[in-house]
Design a binder for this molecule. Structure first.
Ligand code: TUI
Length: 308
């Protein structure tokens, strides 16, 4: 399947991996790129030297291009923004803000910048700043989310910009992929299904919660302070939601989630950890290699789109 995104990124399949904090490290990024998609290192809140090391380790595992996701709320965002240039990265996605202050530097380095947006307004602004494409991410996604659903956001962004649009949020199989194409997207970004990939270093406890998840197991915390985060319900989210209803301060709520993502991903603490996952978790039933995931999605989608 050829689209402007497969051409732009020189990838076999129009599938890019989400820049998930802690999960999107070198093993996963290399495996997704090796499988014909675009793998990414998630900069998240990591110091710049950690991101640099991750890029180098990924390159030892694959000759194919890998990208980096720059999380703009990170205290290290400025340093990470420079490291990606120094390391010769050619594709960047950004999240949780507007990357406009880095655009000139990145474009000078001939980097294709693909901001993740949750609104039409930001998509338009990013096109004006020279973005190569945008990811339109609906609130079905795991992690930090906007307000609009994928179904409503993607076609509106497609109509608002001329650059290609990558759909994200709620896409976990060939049906979701095909639906995204029907909305005008030219590729998809997938997160949750790659968390459970065999090559993903996420703990078995975290992967098992995704595999056992039902449609209604998703919870959004943090709406009260303007940083909504979607994750699977557990003891931590129950306590968080209770405190939020009681009017707890931002600091008190932050304290609850301090280091909680690492707890889930690395330590395997599915009770107190932050189990970031999208609403599509209920559809994900098994661990597979990235190659199997991508091949299965493409085969199913091509059949639905009557391409085979
Ligand atoms: O960024 C993400 N997903 C993330 S970031 C993250 S780390 C984090 N943890 C707790 C709180 C905050 C961040 C976990 N998951 N996805 C891309 C995304 N970007 N979703 C929504 C947005 C977004 C939201 C508002 C982008 C821009 C924006 O407004 C910027 C503006 O200036 O209009």
């Amino acid at each position: 399947m050829k689209t402007r995104i497969t051409e732009l990124l020189q990838i076999e399949y129009p599938i890019i991996q989400g820049g998930m904090a802690w999960v999107a490290e070198h093993h996963l990024a290399a495996a997704v790129s090796e499988a014909g998609g675009l793998g990414l290192i998630g900069g998240a809140n990591a110091p710049a030297d950690v991101v640099r090391a991750e890029i180098r380790k990924a390159r030892e595992m694959t000759k194919k291009e890998i990208g980096v996701n720059v999380m703009l709320l990170s205290p290290y965002a400025d340093e990470v923004a420079k490291v990606v240039v120094e390391e010769g990265i050619k594709v960047i996605t950004t999240g949780a803000g507007s990357p406009e202050k880095y655009m000139e530097m990145w474009k000078e380095a001939e980097i294709k910048v693909i901001p993740v947006v949750a609104s039409m307004a930001l998509a338009r602004r990013m096109e004006r700043y020279g973005a190569a494409a945008v990811v339109a991410e609906g609130c079905e996604s795991g992690g930090h989310i906007g307000e609009q659903t994928t179904m409503t956001l993607v076609p509106q962004v497609v109509d608002a910009v001329d650059i290609p649009v990558i759909a994200a949020g709620g896409i976990g199989d060939g049906r979701g992929f095909a639906a995204a194409m029907m909305l005008g997207a030219e590729a998809v970004q997938i997160g949750t299904r790659f968390v459970v990939a065999e090559e993903s270093i996420a703990s078995d406890a975290y992967k098992d919660r995704i595999i056992k998840a039902k449609d209604i197991d998703s919870e959004v915390t943090g709406r009260s302070h303007g940083h909504p985060v979607r994750q699977l319900r557990n003891q931590m989210t129950r306590e968080y939601v209770k405190k939020e209803k009681e009017g707890a301060s931002f600091e008190e709520l932050e304290y609850l989630t301090l280091g909680a993502l690492k707890k889930a991903v690395i330590d395997g603490d599915a009770v107190n950890g932050t189990l970031m996952a999208g609403q599509i978790a209920g559809l994900i039933k098994q661990k597979q290699s990235c190659k199997e995931i991508i091949t299965e999605i493409m085969k199913e989608a091509e059949k639905l789109l009557l391409l085979t």
